[in-house]
Design a protein around this ligand. Structure first.
Ligand code: FES
Length: 169
């Protein structure tokens, strides 16, 4: 089912914000809409958006690839995006990421077996002097965590796991 069939009112509202000759500018809100349900942008959704905006699917895929908050693959319920840019690396971000992955038994880009956490490495998140730091992207939005240790992060993950379990029950 196309995005326009699924969310006719929302798509109409988004498209109405842009003049017909600049409709390609609607790409960001349409991608956001496409990602909202499953946490990633599927290939059919990407092609659908390209068709709607009369651009190539490669152009849309490039935008998805450029922004850390858009994803082309299914991930965990929580995407933990650790900044490993140089200023953060100087404050131990690489070691933090390595140890965190070791504790979770996954590699960067992978998701824990329970489908809860995906670990990603990203560039500057504007918290350079408070590394190790990361943001967590979930259906609830974005949350920042700064001056973190692996122990504190594991505790946080346990809390997220417990909360998710309680919500399900
Ligand atoms: S370099 Fe990591 S937040 Fe800026």
């Amino acid at each position: 089912m196309s995005l326009a069939d699924k969310y006719p009112q929302e798509v109409k509202k988004i498209m109405a914000k842009y003049p017909a000759e600049q409709k390609r500018s609607a790409v960001m809100p349409l991608l956001y809409l496409a990602q909202r349900e499953q946490g990633f942008i599927s290939k059919p959704a990407l092609e659908d958006i390209a068709q709607m905006l009369e651009v190539s699917s490669t152009e849309v895929a490039e935008i998805v690839g450029f922004y850390t908050l858009f994803h082309d693959k299914k991930g965990g319920k929580y995407r933990m995006q650790v900044c490993t840019d140089l200023p953060c690396a100087l404050r131990g971000a690489d070691k933090f990421l390595e140890d965190l992955c070791g504790n979770l038994g996954i590699r960067v880009g992978e998701t824990t077996a329970d489908g809860m956490v995906t670990i990603e490495s990203v560039t500057c998140l504007a918290g350079c002097d408070r590394a190790p730091m990361f943001q967590i992207q979930s259906a609830g939005g974005l949350e920042y965590h700064e001056n973190m240790t692996v122990d504190k992060t594991m505790e946080l993950i346990e809390t997220l796991r417990k909360t998710s379990k309680e919500v399900k029950e």
